[in-house]
Design a protein around this ligand. Structure first.
Ligand SMILES: *Cc1c(COP(=O)(O)O)cnc(C)c1O
Length: 399
C-alpha cells in the first residue's frame, strides 16, 4: 500500500520527471533493477558483504537510561556501528553490486556534506571501479576532512562552481556527466530521492534495517513489532529503511523527524513538511521548500546531512496520507539531545541522529510502549560542532 506502483509513484508523489536526454539511462535502470536485486546470487553476495564488510546485523541496544528519562522501553538501532559510521553504506554496497551487474566501469555521485561521497568512494575502492564525486565548491571548503578521505580512497572530487556551489549544483553536474556517459557509467544516488527507480531501489537496500529490527525485537521482547519507530529525515533513506517492514503494520506508529534549523518560523530551516509545497525536485514529484514562483529555497540546518530542500516521494506520501507523524527539532534541541545521549550512554551520535533523539521529549510515550529509534550514524564528524556548543553552554552557566 505504501510501496511504489508500476509507474514509480507513491500516491501522487514520485515518478520520473527528467530531461529527455536522461531517459535512456533511467529506462535501462528501471528495466533491470528488480531482476538484478531479486536474483538469489545478488542477494547472496549483498547479504554476505552486509555481514562481513559492513558488520551487520547492527545491534539493537536497549537503553535503560533513556527509558528511565522518557518512559516506555527505548531501543537504539545501532547504524552508527556500521563500517564508515552510518547507514549510508547499506545503499552504496547495494548499488556497486548492481553497477557491476549492469556492466558499468565508472561510478559518479554527488555529495553535499561528503558523507555519501565517502560511502561511495569506499565501495568503489573495494570494487576497483573508477569514482568521480561532484561536490559544490562551497561544500569542498566546508568539508575538507571528507574531501581528503575521498581522495585517499582513490576518488576524484570535482568542485562545482556554478549556482550556489552547493548540493543542488553538484547534482546538476552529475546528471550532465551521466547524460554524456550513458554506456559505461552508473550514478549512485545517496538517498530515497531522484527519479524512479531510485527511491524504491534505495529503500529496498536500506530495508535491511527494519528486517533486522523485527528479528531482534522478537528475540528481546517476544513481539516483532514495536509501538513506535523514530528516525530523522533528510532525503529519507535511513527512515525508509527503519520504517519499511512496518509501513503496512497499522499498529506501528512511524515518526519522522525533520531539521527545524533555527526554527520553522525563521528563514533558516529544513523542515520540508512544515514549509514545503508540491513540486518537482531532482526528477520526482514531491514536497519541497520553494518560493512563490517555484524556485528552490536553500535549506538550513546545523546538521549537513539534513540540509536538503525536499524529502523523498515515499515520505511525502507517508505525510500526505497521515501514515507517518512528522515532527521537527531545532539545532539547539538536537545539540542538547546529542549531549544527553553522550552523557547517559557513552554513545556520541551523529548530529542527524540527534534530531531523532530530540523527538523523544516531544512525543507522548506510554509505559507500555516499545520504541525503536534509528541511530543513523556516529558523531566523530560532528565533534567540532559539539565542542563549540558544549563550551558555550559552560560559559552561559558561569555568566
Ligand atoms: C546522510 C545522513 C542522514 C540523512 O540522510 P537520509 O537519507 O535522510 O537518511 C541521516 N543520518 C546520517 C548519520 C547521515 O549521514
Amino acid at each position: 500500500m505504501y510501496t511504489v506502483d508500476n509507474n514509480g509513484f507513491y500516491g501522487k508523489f514520485g515518478g520520473s520527471f527528467i530531461p529527455e536526454m536522461m531517459y535512456k539511462n533511467i529506462e535501462h535502470l528501471r528495466k533491470e533493477y528488480l531482476n538484478i536485486i531479486q536474483d538469489p546470487s545478488f542477494q547472496e553476495e549483498f547479504q554476505s558483504l552486509l555481514r562481513d564488510y559492513v558488520g551487520r546485523p547492527s545491534p539493537l541496544y536497549y537503553s535503560q537510561a533513556l527509558s528511565d528519562i522518557y518512559g516506555g522501553k527505548i531501543f537504539l538501532k545501532r547504524e552508527d556501528l556500521n563500517h564508515t559510521g552510518s547507514h549510508k553504506i547499506n545503499n552504496t554496497i547495494g548499488q556497486i553490486l548492481l553497477a557491476r551487474r549492469l556492466g558499468k566501469r565508472r561510478i559518479i555521485a554527488e555529495t553535499g556534506a561528503g558523507q555519501h561521497g565517502v560511502a561511495t568512494a569506499t565501495v568503489c575502492a573495494k570494487a576497483g571501479l573508477e569514482c568521480i564525486v561532484y561536490m559544490g565548491a562551497t561544500d569542498v571548503e566546508r568539508q575538507q576532512p571528507n574531501v581528503e578521505k575521498m581522495e585517499f580512497l582513490g576518488a576524484k572530487v570535482i568542485p562545482v562552481t556554478s549556482g550556489n556551489k552547493t548540493l543542488k549544483d553538484a547534482t546538476n553536474e552529475a546528471i550532465r556527466d551521466w547524460i554524456s556517459n550513458p554506456e559505461d557509467t552508473h550514478y549512485i544516488i545517496g538517498s530515497v530521492v531522484g527519479p524512479h527507480p531510485y527511491p524504491d531501489m534505495v529503500a529496498r537496500f536500506q530495508s535491511i534495517i527494519s528486517e533486522e529490527i523485527q528479528k531482534q525485537l522478537l528475540e528481546k521482547t517476544g513481539h516483532k513489532n514495536p509501538t513506535k519507530v523514530i528516525a530523522c529525515v533528510g532525503g529519507g533513506s535511513n527512515a525508509a529503511g527503519a520504517f519499511y517492514h512496518f509501513m503496512d503494520q497499522k499498529e506501528v506508529e512511524l515518526i519522522a523527524v525533520e531539521a527545524a534549523g533555527k526554527g520553522v518560523e525563521t528563514k533558516e530551516s529544513a523542515a520540508t513538511t512544515a514549509l514545503g509545497k508540491l513540486g518537482v525536485l531532482h526528477g520526482s514529484m514531491t514536497l519541497l521548500m520553494q518560493t512563490e514562483d517555484g524556485q528552490v529555497i536553500e535549506p538550513y540546518s546545523v546538521s549537513a546531512g539534513l540540509d536538503y530542500p525536499g524529502i523523498g516521494p515515499l515520505h511525502a506520501h507517508l505525510f500526505d496520507s497521515k501514515r507517518a507523524t512528522f515532527v521537527n527539532a531545532t539545532d539547539n534541541e538536537a545539540l542538547e539531545a546529542a549531549f544527553e545521549l553522550t552523557r547517559v550512554e557513552g554513545i556520541i551520535p551523529a548530529l542527524e541522529s540527534s534530531h531523532a533523539l530530540a523527538a523523544l521529549g516531544k512525543i507522548e510515550i506510554k509505559d507500555t510502549d516499545v520504541v525503536v529509534l534509528n541511530l543513523s550514524g556516529r558523531g566523530d564528524k560532528d565533534m567540532n560542532t559539539y565542542l563549540k556548543f558544549f563550551k558555550q553552554q559552560q560559559q552561559d552557566k558561569k555568566a
